[in-house]
Design a protein around this ligand. Structure first.
Ligand code: ADP
Ligand code: MG
Ligand code: MG
Length: 478
């Protein structure tokens, strides 16, 4: 046993063994497609195969108690079902977001599409959800608490599976040095499971010539994560995926009188959104027109506008209020399991909580209705922002929710970026993928579908990998 392992510490980056491991690992990434576009190359977000760099990763998997792992896995099908039930209650979504709508243009546009669908009684018989529920382990209480539930564009099913494989391979080769056993890394089939869910939705749609359409951003350095799904769809299921931006859909798409969505001359069975979750994805009216067009069509939307809205932070906060879950779920055990993972969540019309957040801002996170990382407010900025919003008056506060800040225990880890390894004090966030597919009364799929661990330096507030805060990781059960 090495001295580092004996002390329960990760190996120090300077040592020869670690240098060799890093080279092995980065070569493995290149050989297995664990890659992202390199910011340094201007074409890396638009031209596949040009300007690649290994995805940032942690050299060894993060430790996690097996009980937490089981708890998170058990929650996946329950959250899948909950999202579906809530999505069917259009009035609940509209009412819960009515104040937010007054002050947040983006949410207001989404709600407008949703309202239009309610007005025409639009029914979505085939409903596909590809979600990721994210958690942190609160050090003080030892509880696993939900950070958020992503119902649109949940990223890294493709690369996340590969990180688990990378870690298994490194531990098989070097594990003895650190007393690690690769069998303690749970299997992670996120990319094949998500592809299977998409393919089953394609089958339910039942048009042999139809394609799956992935909605993408015009520039996307995380394109290989997406190409992994397209590869599984082609190779394991014989289904073609086309990639279109929202503005391309506007230019090339139309809906036939029977509801069929046709884009670039091809019938679309499933629209899988890997864009459309941020206002930046809608620089003009054209993108909104495209979103509405797709929603009006009979294609399966992953997510539908309702599923998208269920994933907003405001709805997360509303669902955490007493007796709300009971409106959507009957099973008391399931309700208890969900409640157990809810952190403190508050609407800002609660004056007491706003007062205490101004007094102790470090205990809270202030969240707007945004996705994709980099939008939340922490620390002293919480106080400043709340005071400013209070002064503005009106409904300004309604654009945000307050959340209890979770403090996971920090531990040392080796983070590898651009071929260089740095040791840092880190905290991790566990994401559990869930796939849900139903056709009318028939639940075709409702599964936990793999996981994603993200690790970041403990001093950083935000956690996204694409936004540059965190690295990809996997987990080691203890
Ligand atoms: P987004 O939809 O932008 O990913 P999140 O709610 O996941 O928004 O917040 C982004 C990041 O901020 C998370 O990945 C996590 O690192 C951090 N974060 C969010 N909520 C909390 C919280 N309650 N306590 C501690 N950190 C948090
Ligand atoms: Mg998040
Ligand atoms: Mg999110």
């Amino acid at each position: 046993m090495s001295a580092a392992a004996a002390e329960g510490k990760p190996p120090a980056p300077g040592t020869e063994a670690v240098g060799e491991m890093v080279r092995e690992a980065t070569a493995w990434c290149a050989l297995h497609g664990l890659v992202v576009g390199d910011r340094a190359d201007p074409r890396s977000g638009t031209v596949p195969g040009v300007g690649l760099v290994h995805a940032p990763f942690s050299l060894l998997p993060m430790h996690l108690p097996e009980s937490c792992w089981r708890q998170a896995c058990e929650l996946a099908p329950i959250f899948n079902e909950l999202v579906d039930r809530v999505s069917l209650d259009g009035d609940f979504l509209q009412d819960s977001l009515s104040k937010t709508k007054q002050v947040d243009d983006f949410t207001s546009r989404l709600l407008e599409i949703h309202r239009k669908m309610m007005e025409i009684n639009k029914e979505e018989n085939i409903r596909l959800g590809l979600h990721r529920s994210d958690y942190m382990l609160d050090s003080e209480t030892g509880s696993l608490l939900q950070i958020e539930l992503n119902t649109i564009s949940a990223s890294f099913p493709g690369l996340g599976s590969l990180v688990s494989e990378l870690h298994r391979s490194l531990i098989n080769q070097y594990g003895k040095l650190f007393c690690l056993d690769s069998k303690r890394i749970p299997g992670n089939a996120a990319s094949s499971r998500f592809a299977e869910a998409l393919s089953r939705a394609w089958h339910e749609f039942n048009v042999d010539s139809a394609v799956i359409m992935m909605i993408v951003q015009p520039e996307e350095r995380n394109m290989y994560d997406q190409y992994w799904l397209a590869k599984h769809l082609k190779e394991s299921h014989g289904i073609t995926t086309i990639r279109k931006t929202l503005s391309e859909v506007e230019a090339e798409g139309h809906v036939l009188p029977d509801g069929t969505l046709v884009v670039d001359g091809r019938t679309v069975s499933v629209v899988y959104f890997r864009a459309g979750y941020t206002p930046n994805d809608y620089p003009s009216e054209a993108e909104w027109t495209a979103r509405l067009l797709m929603e009006q069509s009979s294609a399966v939307k992953c997510p539908s506008i309702s599923y998208h809205l269920v994933g907003t932070k405001k709805i997360q906060q509303e669902l955490a209020k007493p007796n709300i879950l009971e409106r959507f779920l009957e099973n008391k055990e399931q309700i208890a399991k969900i409640c157990k993972c809810f952190a403190g969540l508050w609407s800002l019309d609660d004056e007491e909580i706003v007062k205490s957040a101004i007094q102790n801002p470090e205990l809270f996170v202030l969240k707007p209705q945004r996705e994709g990382g980099g939008n939340n407010i922490y620390g002293l900025d919480v106080r400043e922002t709340l005071i400013k919003l209070q002064k503005e008056g009106g409904d300004a506060l309604a654009a945000y929710i307050l959340m209890q800040r979770i403090f996971p225990k920090a531990s040392l880890a080796n983070l590898v970026r651009g071929g260089a390894c740095h040791e840092a004090l880190t905290i991790s966030e566990l994401g559990i993928y869930g796939a849900y597919l139903r056709n009318k009364d028939k639940v075709v799929m409702n599964d936990q579908s793999g996981y994603l661990m993200r690790t970041k330096v403990s001093s950083s507030n935000e956690g996204g990998v694409a936004s540059g805060f965190a690295v990809l990781d996997s987990l080691y059960l203890t």
